[in-house]
Ligand binder design. Structure first.
Ligand SMILES: Nc1ncnc2c1ncn2[C@@H]1O[C@H](COP(=O)(O)OP(=O)(O)OP(=O)(O)O)[C@@H](O)[C@H]1O
Ligand SMILES: Nc1ccn([C@H]2C[C@H](O)[C@@H](COP(=O)(O)O)O2)c(=O)n1
Length: 229
């Protein structure tokens, strides 16, 4: 159960808008907890793939999401968080476009969202939480102290994704990445349950022409204006 007096900052937005990067920087800066809610949907998708669960079988996916055996452990020096799914360390495939697309597919199922709700809310612990995703400010933490909706043009997001992959030595077609981003936006924004949209009280930040540092500074300013820091 969420501790009601714990400060919460939510960052929602489409794929590649930079919310994960900024959320991680904020959590590190203030030593707050971090919820990467997309990882839970991705892990549910991975578990379904590992167990050959049919992606149209909502009941089985709901049970899988409700019983997800996952641990988040601190990484070693210079390492990101360790994620252990069913006893095995999850590798880079968690972040692939294929798993992202599958996660987006199962995220449209109300049973899966319901099964993951409490697990996400349990991340709200002192001294504070930064939560990133698609429905953090609208559904999971409607009482959050600061809500940010971070966006950027689809072309800019595809360019960022291409750079990100290039840094890992992977060549990907810009047009393919742009197509994937547009398809994922469409699915995430137009589903019936918890669609991606800014909360009524969210601050909308377009990062198309902002650096990571500029986005970070703007969110810090809003946190300061709201007395959170
Ligand atoms: N303002 C920015 N300017 C340039 N590059 C950025 C900016 N913000 C993030 N990036 C880069 O874009 C890539 C995607 O960022 P990130 O993973 O944070 O996006 P995201 O919104 O969390 O995406 P997803 O929802 O798919 O996980 C990363 O390589 C990151 O370094
Ligand atoms: N709060 C959330 C977080 C994620 N999803 C779904 C939709 C996304 O396309 C997919 C993967 O998320 P990512 O890791 O790319 O942020 O998971 C959602 O519906 N709600």
């Amino acid at each position: 159960m969420r501790e009601t007096n714990v400060p919460v900052v939510t960052i929602d937005g489409p794929s590649g808008s930079g919310k994960g990067t900024v959320a991680a920087l904020l959590a590190k800066e203030f030593d707050w907890h971090l919820l990467d809610s997309g990882a839970l949907y991705r892990l549910t998708a991975l578990a379904a793939m590992n167990h050959d669960v049919d992606f149209s079988d909502e009941k089985s996916l709901e049970v899988l999401a409700g019983h997800l055996d996952v641990q988040f452990e601190p990484g070693g020096e210079g390492e990101t968080l360790k994620i252990i799914l069913e006893g095995e360390r999850v590798g880079a495939n968690l972040r692939t476009e294929e798993v992202g697309a599958k996660a987006s597919q199962i995220a449209a199922l109300p049973g899966v969202r319901k099964a993951l709700l409490q697990r996400q809310q349990d991340f709200a612990e002192a001294p504070g939480l930064v939560a990133d995703g698609r429905d953090m400010g609208t559904v999971v933490f409607p009482q959050a102290n600061v809500k940010v909706y971070l966006t950027a043009s689809a072309e800019e997001r595809a360019k960022r994704r291409q750079n990100q992959l290039q840094q890992k030595g992977i060549d990907a077609s810009f047009d393919q990445l742009l197509g994937d981003i547009i398809a994922r936006d469409d699915r995430d924004m137009n589903r019936d349950v918890a669609p991606l949209k800014p909360a009524d009280d969210a601050i909308v930040l377009d990062s198309t022409r902002l650096s990571i540092q500029e986005v970070f500074s703007r969110v810090v300013d809003v946190m300061r204006q709201n007395g959170l820091i």
